[in-house]
Structure formats: C-alpha cells, structure tokens
Write a protein that binds this ligand. Structure first.
Ligand SMILES: [Zn+2]
Length: 460
C-alpha cells in the first residue's frame, strides 16, 4: 500500500498516478486491510457506485470511512449503465496527512488545490476544535474532476486521542460534526532481570517507562532494602495501566499496578488497590496491606557504614552502645520521615562539631520515636509541632556535630529505649481487606494477573 512518505507532491496529477498504481495492486490482492494510514487510493464510486463496485468485482476494495460500509443493494446493472456511471463519477481519492498544528491546515489545503473560499470555510470551521501546536491527523476525501477542479467530499481531522471534527460536503452544504475521543485502557506487563549496573538501568532495559521507576521502589520499599539485598540476575516484573488511543499509542501518564521482585532470600508481589478511603496502597496477593509503621531505610541509595550494637571504643577503651544505624550517603541526599508523626525536635546547629549536630526527632502515632542526626539542611516548614507523613522529605544528609563524614545516624526509640532500626519487631501495621473491599481487590488482582499471563490485556 502506498504510504504517505512516498507521496512527495501536492499535485493532484501525481496522486492520480499513484491511485492507478494502487488500484492495480488491489486488483491482484484478494483481501486488503481497511482503515490503513497513508493509503492514497480508496477507489469508491460515488452515487450508485456501491452497487456498481460489487458488480465490478471490487468488493474487496476498502471503502473509506464507515458511512460507505453499509450493506448495499446489488441490483441488475447493464454494462452500458456501468459505463455511464464510470464516466459520470470519477473515483473518490483519499489522502492522509499530518500537521504539527491546525495553523498549517490553510496552506496544506491551498497547496492541494482547493478553492480559497472553501479553504477559508474549512479552516474557520475546524480551528475551534484544536489548540495551537496540537498535532493533527487529517484524512481528505475528494474527487478530482475536470481540469484542475477538486471537489471535497469529506475532511476528517483528529488529535492523538482521536477527538476532532469531521466535515462533509453534500450538495454544496458543509456539515460539521465534532468527534469525541476514542480512548481505552490497557494493562501492560514487563519482566526482566537485574543487571550488573543498577536497578534503574535494569528496569529501563525491560522497557518499563521511566515515569514508573520511583513507584517501583515505593511499592516494594517495605519488603526490600534495595541497596543491600538486590543482586544481579534477580528477576522482577511490573504491570502498568496505560491509556491508549485508537492506534494503540500511549496517552498520558502510565500507572504502576503490580510489582514483583525475587532476591536470593525472598519474593514479594504487590498489587495497587484503591480502597473505599480513596487512598491507593499496595497489597499482597491475599489483600494484606504491606505498609509498615516505619520504613527501615529513611534515605535512598545509602550504604550502612555502622550497625546498631555494642562497640569497643579505642580512645576510652570501653564498650558503649552505638544506638542507631549509620547510613553513609553524599551531603544533600534526601532524608525521609520513616513514619507519620509530629516533629518533636528540629534543632539547628550547623556549626557544632560534637554530639548530634543539626537533628530532627519525630514522635510517631504508635508511640515510637525516630531521630535523624548530623543533618545538612531541614526541609521547608520543618519545625516542632508540624505533622509529617511517612516518606516525606524532612531534610538532607550532612556531617554536622560529631561526625567524620557525611552520613545519617538514625535511631528508633520504643518506650524511651533505643532499638535496632533494622530489626524492630512489631512495627508492621498490616491491615487485611474484608467484605466488599476484598472482593473488589480480588477482581482488580485477577485482571492484573490475566494481563500478566497474556503480556498485554485490554482493561477498564
Ligand atoms: Zn551513628
């Protein structure tokens, strides 16, 4: 089929030539795809031509648009009538084009050879349906008549979401009909294995959209310590929901709905579900919310430089408790509130060289306290009494106070006692869906699982 790329000329004679060629191809092709893009020739006979076309044995020709696809009455037509009809009605020519904005419509139609008054009429009618700079796909149906005159039959203009306008010329009257968007949603599944470089590059190699990578980390943050547990060759999988247009092209932002990761020690699969509170959250396959009261690692991409526990102090020659975990990370790395709560302390001490330096303490809803020491900066609005949510950035890693290099010293206190943040038990806040919520979750989960089995699946 002739594609638009092969049509370099706006000269209707060139199109007619291409039409002849395309018709010859069609005659030798028993079946032909309908609705193709860029085809020049959709040789539909006008008027009684539908019946004639059947007689001619061209039923396999594709009729442009759906309005000519009606069942036709095939009456008896003599060869003489056929000849007359062919002489009366030259074939309808279809041409497709793309504009980088509706502003190009005028020059395109003018260059195609339409009358200036008609061009103006079409441009005026079409313009309200498109914003400046919005890409437009056009399909033009016309009849090339005597001499240079072109007779418009139909002009169809669409945006990427298939909304737009269709203008038809009937007996000298232009009728204008708006077209609504033709969008659907699909769930796409992707699988891959971790490479030797990073989780990020591994996900990109698996063709997972960049926009989903943060969500992938968030969805599994309660199950894995990414900086330490993930190894090369570990398998992962994601599924995401994406709005697509009629051509299957993505529109708008994708949404992660499933994430799975298997490390040498365990596997976690999580499904996104919005319960009756309207809050999206991640659930395991049985409908348990996997959210924990405290994140284990309140800083991204950090390395543990010192664990919780007793240390022998070389200078004092005695053992003392290292009451938290040290995460080494560059100055300026974001620190998150590991759980929701209220800021209890936000002590600003940028010049101190001993003790905690600039630090924050958060009092959590369940009675736990967390402390973040040696900070470089506090986030805007952080002050005693201010409420923060889990995962909210409260400031940046630094090296203030008694610190030999940029790191976060992180502590968890339960009932005033320092606990090991990496092994704090009882900090899970698992809730299980029940009743209608559970049934809705199960239907969402099954839809996602089906999409995963099929690779891609239409969904609502
Ligand atoms: Zn420390």
């Amino acid at each position: 089929m002739a594609s638009l790329a092969t049509i370099q000329s706006y000269d209707p004679r060139a199109w007619a030539g291409a039409w002849e060629q395309a018709r010859a191809e069609e005659a030798s092709t028993p079946q032909r795809q309908t609705g193709g893009i860029g085809g020049l020739s959709k040789p539909v006979l006008l008027g009684g031509g539908v019946a004639l076309a059947a007689l001619l044995g061209v039923a396999a020709w594709s009729f442009s648009g759906s309005d000519t696809g009606e069942a036709a009455e095939f009456g008896d037509v003599t060869p003489e009538e056929l000849q007359d009809a062919l002489e009366e009605e030259p074939p309808l020519v279809t041409r497709t084009f793309r504009l980088s904005g509706v502003a190009e419509l005028q020059s395109t139609l003018t260059a195609s050879g339409f009358e200036p008054t008609l061009v103006q009429q079409l441009v005026t009618a079409a313009s309200p349906y498109f914003s400046a700079g919005e890409q437009v796909r056009g399909t033009l149906d016309f009849v090339s008549g005597d001499g240079d005159s072109l007779r418009l039959s139909r002009l169809d203009l669409r945006k990427r979401d298939s909304s737009g306008v269709v203008m038809t010329m009937d007996g000298g009257e232009l009728s204008v009909s708006p077209l609504s968007a033709q969008l659907s949603q699909q769930v796409f599944a992707r699988t891959g294995r971790m490479d030797d470089v990073s989780i990020y590059t591994s996900l990109l190699k698996a063709e997972i959209p960049n926009a989903l990578i943060d969500d992938f980390f968030d969805s599994l943050a309660f199950d894995f310590d990414f900086a330490r547990e993930v190894e090369s060759n570990d398998p992962f999988e994601v599924a995401y929901r994406q709005t697509v247009n009629e051509q299957g092209e993505p529109l708008g932002a994708p949404e992660l709905v499933y994430a799975s990761l298997t490390t040498p020690t365990r596997t976690a699969n999580v499904y996104r579900f919005v319960d009756e509170d309207g809050e999206p959250a991640w659930f395991d396959t049985s409908g348990q919310n996997i959210r924990r009261a405290l994140m284990r690692t309140p800083v991204d991409g950090a390395r543990i430089s010192s664990r919780f526990g007793m240390r022998h102090h070389p200078i004092y020659n005695r053992s003392r408790l290292h009451g938290g975990v040290d995460f080494a990370a560059p100055t300026g790395t974001d620190i998150f509130a590991s759980g929701s709560g209220v800021i209890e302390v936000a002590r600003w001490a940028p010049n101190s060289t001993r003790g905690n330096g600039s630090y924050i303490a958060i009092q959590h809803d369940n009675g736990y306290r967390t402390l973040y020491l040696h900070m470089h900066a506090f986030a805007d609005g952080i002050a005693p009494g201010v409420r923060v949510e889990q995962g909210q950035v409260i400031g940046e890693v630094g090296s203030t106070g008694g610190s030999t290099g940029p790191h976060l010293h992180y502590e968890v206190h339960i009932d005033g006692e320092k606990m090991d943040p990496m092994t704090v038990q009882g900090s899970d806040e698992r809730t299980t869906l029940t009743g209608d919520s559970l049934r809705q979750f199960e239907s969402t989960r099954d839809e996602i699982d089906l999409a995963r089995q099929l690779g891609v699946q239409g969904a609502t």
